[in-house]
Design a protein around this ligand. Structure first.
Ligand code: GAR
Length: 195
């Protein structure tokens, strides 16, 4: 079984989808840790309800990114995490974490990358008046939403769609695409050195 750590900053619906997929066997893994950089975010309640250990921290209370990432690596090793998945974690991963988990960090982003990277990808797509946007799952590198793409799915934006409609369509795709791609990663990377 692959030990998965989920990093999130908000609602945590993608954490929920992945945790549920681990429980029902769609993913051959267990969520062993939730990391949250926004104390009080709803994902913390979800982690508690799912019985998953939570590490909640406030980046401002550390002297540097290197300092909190070193602590995160310690927690990840304590939980024997093999894979990190970012699920609405709104922060760039720094070199300490990248080095410790090279090739083992995934991210989900609500656009067809390389279109609309960064903040508010759905707002950017609406502003650009595109007819098609979508969801991307990719490996994380040092850039902003730039690593190798593992999976993508399009979502159409119809003329009558409001922002909430587009958000709902995107979330629905995310909640199946992320578990599928995590399982794909697990199968593809089976022989990878553990912990
Ligand atoms: C998701 O739509 C995810 O793609 C996006 O944040 C949302 C989190 O929702 N991530 C990014 O924009 C990363 N650049 P959730 O908290 O309900 O899972």
């Amino acid at each position: 079984m692959t030990n998965i750590a989920v990093f999130a900053s908000g609602n945590g619906s993608n954490f929920q989808a992945v945790a549920d997929a681990c429980k029902n066997g769609t993913i051959a893994g267990d969520v062993v840790l939730v990391v949250c950089d926004k104390p009080g975010a709803f994902v913390e309640k979800r982690a508690e309800q799912a019985g998953v250990p939570l590490f909640s921290f406030s980046p401002k209370s550390y002297s540097s990114k290197a300092a909190f990432e070193m602590e995160l690596v310690k927690k990840l090793h304590e939980q024997q995490a093999d894979l990190i998945i970012l699920a609405g974690y709104m922060r760039l991963i720094g070199e300490n974490l990248l080095k410790a988990y090279e090739g083992r960090i995934l991210n989900i982003h609500p656009s067809l990358l390389p279109a609309f990277p960064g903040l508010d990808a759905i707002g950017q797509a609406l502003e650009a008046e595109v007819k098609v946007t979508g969801v991307t799952v990719h490996l994380v590198d040092e850039g902003m939403d730039t690593g190798p793409i593992l999976a993508q799915k399009p979502v159409t934006i119809d003329t009558e769609d409001k922002r909430t409609d587009v958000e709902a369509k995107i979330r629905q795709i995310e909640h199946t695409l992320y578990p599928q791609t995590v399982q794909y990663w697990i199968e593809a990377y089976k022989g990878v050195e553990k912990h």
